[in-house]
Design a protein around this ligand. Structure first.
Ligand code: 3PG
Length: 390
């Protein structure tokens, strides 16, 4: 794929697909991370003489105009991040886009208000493409969607990756495509069922696979342990056994908890105890990975050169069940700071968990993506990336 440096942007209208699908409460943006991370692309286009015209979705309006999902509510935060007024264009895009001048930045209304967008409709893509001369995709986090503004449009104009897209692809390549080894993956989260493809892909690629969170309980059940009242998917135990067998076959070490933190209730400050992983009392639930297991994770990590992390190791939202996540995240952060580890994290709850552990800032790279990061970890081709030429 090409980057902004390969394009002649001078005097051009540059359609930039961004992801500003950010949390909003009462019409105000509560986390500007995704907005802040598209600023370099927009500034670089302006410096090269181009006029950035931003295309983006917000939420899931399903092809209808839903006023609460208007991108208008993002404009103040975007203007603040850019240090200039952003022209918001709703209704008929064409007219107002024609009046933009060098120095301007425009944001078009939610592309998902158009029923063609999610169908990757060629007509809608053509209409969008007619508004610009060049297409830049800077939305890695929406690249798992084959939509008119992420896929079809890339075939209609000279196309390239924006700065954030390029950064994401380089970081992911370094973490899983062509990593320095040994390579460790940490995968947590509630359910095995949502991460089967991911686990199946990882056992073939990584040297050590740490499994934590609710999904570890399903593996413990698959090993014949009684998991009491723990969250576990008992219909997934065959799948869990298949994954363990595959890991064995290819020489991937799976690190499951061998001690666990259990409690009778899931609430802040609930009385908890550490027990062996095969000794969860019948009336208790497993809510975190135990201290010996964290130590084992640390030992394995200390031999590793690369780490990829998705999902918390326990019920991190409530103390003290955030302990394993916090400790393992801090170990990764410290080794990264010492220059001994390349650490890449992304997807869903991961960033919140690493932020809570005060570890995120020290990781080598934190992806801005949720679902796209997972699909990429599953080894899938992302349509928005493929459309840029792979
Ligand atoms: C995200 O927030 O992960 C992206 O913006 C994609 O959103 P979607 O899951 O609604 O397609």
């Amino acid at each position: 794929w090409k980057t902004l440096d390969d394009m002649d942007l001078d005097g051009k209208r540059v359609l930039v697909r961004v992801d500003v699908n950010v949390p909003v409460e009462d019409g105000r943006v509560t986390d500007t991370t995704r907005i802040d991370r598209i600023v370099p692309t927009i500034k670089d286009i302006q410096s090269a003489g181009g006029i950035p015209i931003l295309l983006a979705h917000f939420d899931r309006p399903k092809g209808k105009v839903v006023p609460e999902m208007s991108l208008g509510q993002i404009v103040p935060a975007l203007s603040q991040a850019l240090g200039q007024d952003v022209t918001f264009i709703d209704g008929d895009y064409g007219d107002r886009v024609g009046k933009l001048a060098p120095g301007d930045v425009a944001l078009l209304e939610n592309t998902r208000f158009n029923p063609g967008e999610e169908k990757n409709d060629a007509g809608f893509a053509k209409r969008l493409a007619s508004l610009g001369d060049i297409y830049v995709n800077d939305a890695f986090s929406a690249a798992h969607r084959a939509h008119s503004s992420t896929e079809a449009i890339a075939h209609l104009l000279p196309a390239c990756a924006g700065r954030l897209m390029a950064e994401e692809l380089h970081a992911l390549e370094r973490a899983l495509g062509n990593p320095a080894r040994p390579l460790m993956a940490v995968v947590g989260g509630a359910k095995v069922s949502t991460k089967i493809d991911l686990l199946a892909n990882l056992v073939r690629k990584v040297n050590h696979l740490v499994i934590g969170g609710g999904m570890a309980n399903t593996f413990l059940a698959a090993l014949g342990h009684d998991v009491g009242k723990s969250l576990a998917e008992h219909d997934m135990t065959d799948t869990a056994r298949d994954i363990l067998a595959k890991a064995d076959e290819v020489g991937c070490e799976i690190l499951l908890p061998h001690d666990v933190v259990v409690a009778r209730e899931f609430k802040a400050g609930a009385a908890s105890e550490v027990v062996p992983a095969d000794a969860c009392p019948a009336d208790a639930m497993i809510l975190d990975t135990g201290p010996d297991s964290v130590e084992r994770i640390g030992k394995a990590m200390s031999n590793c050169k690369t780490l990829i992390w998705n999902g918390p190791l326990g019920a991190f939202e409530i103390a003290p069940f955030d302990t394993a996540t916090n400790q393992a995240a801090r170990m990764a952060a410290d080794r990264t700071k010492a220059g001994k580890l390349v650490s890449v994290a992304g997807g869903g709850d991961t960033v919140a968990a690493l932020n809570k552990a005060e570890a995120a800032d020290d990781f080598t790279y934190i992806s801005s993506a949720g679902g796209a990061f997972l699909e990429w970890m599953e080894g899938k081709t992302l349509p928005g990336v493929a459309a840029l030429g792979g």
